[in-house]
Each structure stands twice: as structure tokens, then as C-alpha cells.
Design a binder for this molecule. Structure first.
Ligand code: SF4
Ligand code: SF4
Length: 110
């Protein structure tokens, strides 16, 4: 059988009932501006950490919003809290405070 290089994608089901809804509810309380994020990615494009690492703020915010927080603890440590993302955000999301809120919740849950 020839190998055409195609594979079947792994099943990708997002079960919001089983995900970590508690963290996103708490982040929304601590920094309500996360609610107006439109996922445009401007923050990621200007992010200092993104230049040197795989850190992706847009993706991180999306995963937190979905409650997929299992692998984010190590990731969030790459942010240097420089605040460039906050200045660039066209929606005025206080991204720096969002990151601080997530970090605080992770520390509280340790
Ligand atoms: S720049 Fe602002 S609106 Fe765009 S993805 Fe980042 S936080 Fe969301
Ligand atoms: S505060 Fe963090 S996420 Fe925002 S630009 Fe700086 S390193 Fe990137």
C-alpha cells in the first residue's frame, strides 16, 4: 500500500462540563476585561516572550476560557510581565492583569 502522507486526525472533543470552569470564572471575576477579548492575536505578535519561546498569549487565553488549564502552569512562567501586549491590544484588555490573575489562581491551588 503506498504511503500518501495522509493521517487521520486525533479526535478533538472539548467537553466543557469536564474542564476547569472554576479557574475561568475566577479570572473573569479578578479581571473582567478578559470578556472582551476577540482573539485577534495582536498581543502574541508583540509579545517579548513569544520572540524567544513558544509562549502564545492568545492561545493561553483561549485555553483558559475553555477551562483547558492542565498544561498551562509551566507556560505562564515564560511571561516577563513587560506589559507590551496590554499596550497593543485593540480591545483594551488588561492582559497583564489577566496573566497575574491566572498565576495567582494557580499558586492558590497548589
Ligand atoms: S490583542 Fe487583545 S483582543 Fe487581541 S487576542 Fe490579545 S487580548 Fe485578545
Ligand atoms: S506581559 Fe507577558 S504576554 Fe505580555 S508582552 Fe510581556 S511577556 Fe508577552
Amino acid at each position: 500500500m503506498p504511503d500518501f502522507g495522509y493521517t487521520i486526525n486525533k479526535q478533538r472533543v472539548i467537553d466543557l462540563d469536564k474542564n476547569d470552569g472554576q479557574t475561568v470564572r475566577r479570572v473573569r471575576q479578578l479581571e473582567p476585561s478578559i470578556n472582551i477579548c476577540i482573539g485577534c492575536g495582536t498581543c502574541t505578535a508583540t509579545c517579548s516572550a513569544n520572540i524567544f519561546t513558544e509562549f502564545n498569549l492568545r492561545q493561553l487565553m483561549l485555553l483558559v476560557t475553555r477551562g483547558e488549564t492542565a498544561n498551562l502552569r509551566k507556560d505562564i512562567e515564560k511571561c516577563m510581565l513587560c506589559g507590551k501586549c496590554m499596550l497593543a491590544c485593540p480591545r483594551g484588555v488588561n492582559t497583564r492583569n489577566v496573566l497575574l490573575a491566572i498565576s495567582r489562581i494557580f499558586t492558590e491551588n497548589e
